[in-house]
Design a binder for this molecule. Sequence first.
Ligand SMILES: *Cc1c(COP(=O)(O)O)cnc(C)c1O
Length: 366
Amino acid sequence: MNNVVESTLSIEQNPNPVPAAERARLLESPAFGRVFTDHMATIRYTEGKGWHDAKVGARGVIPTDPATQVLHYAQEIFEGMKAYRLPDGGGALFRPDANARRFQNSAKRLAMPALPEDLFLQSVRELVKLDREWIPSGEGSALYLRPFMIATEVALGVKPAAEYLYCVIACPVGAYFKGGASAAVTIWVSDTYTRAAPGGTGDAKCGGNYAASLLAQAEATREGCDQVVFLDAVERRWIEELGGMNVFFVFEDGSLQTPPLTGTILPGITRDSLITLARDMGLTVREEPYSIDQWQADAQSGRLREAFACGTAAVVTPIGKVKGHKHNFTIGDGGAGVLTTKLKAALVELQNGRAPDPHSWLDRVF
Ligand SMILES: *Cc1c(COP(=O)(O)O)cnc(C)c1O
């Protein structure tokens, strides 16, 4: 099914890049996902032919017929990763092989062809090299990369498409939340909507999951909250994750807990990295279910000291308050906890090449 007919990318400089002065101005304080670089990577897939026309070139529009399958049945997956500026001026990706593998898993769930890991890696590395001047160097900033794949066959029949476009775009980003890097967020417990059910697409990174989460997010915003926390779809009791971030709890004995990966939760690379870093520090980390009622009881008794959300975009974000139709509580003093701050620093130092990298997570691109 995935016979690769071409495995090298052609590389073409954008003849009309954004002028350096304009780029410098844009890099000063980029809003998340609004400023884009000069280039993009694209690879096409055709059933019976495999992957072809792999290239990195000038960023531009994707001409789309109105009957293109993705527009109707949402056969789409994506990834989110960052390139970091290193102290010597170089640039590095963080665990891109993990993104490549997760992209293959998402593809499988959405009945799409698996992009070979080496093509995925080449595409992001070559894009980062061409757009190297777009990697910001300010604290907490990075070049966010968005690989994605869409069904491009022009047909309205409901079936896996025979043609696909894989594409990577990039944007310089600063801190994800308005309040700045260490400000705590307030989250809304969604007891009206769920994000994912057993057997569904909860552990695939697909746009459809996000479309289904937007109304819950709108409810959260209306209630004065920053983010939603979703409960399991069966018992409506177990904490799963936020709309686009995994969640961790820190207890008075210094141990950590995070919901287990049982198919309805996205297996975050930040989640996995933090579990490893915490264990490296000698901390106990449990991957066990935790209920919303227990969370409230533990926060009120003081057994629970800290909670945080994590993901590539928002890194590590302390959770200060939790609200819902049946819940309302503050965690610790409502600010960033000690261990949350320590784990975040450990991750950020490593990602920016300022700390040892014992697990060889950094992938130096230039
Ligand atoms: C991408 C994503 C995460 C975080 O994954 P990272 O690999 O850490 O960026 C968590 N939850 C959802 C729903 C996601 O889409």
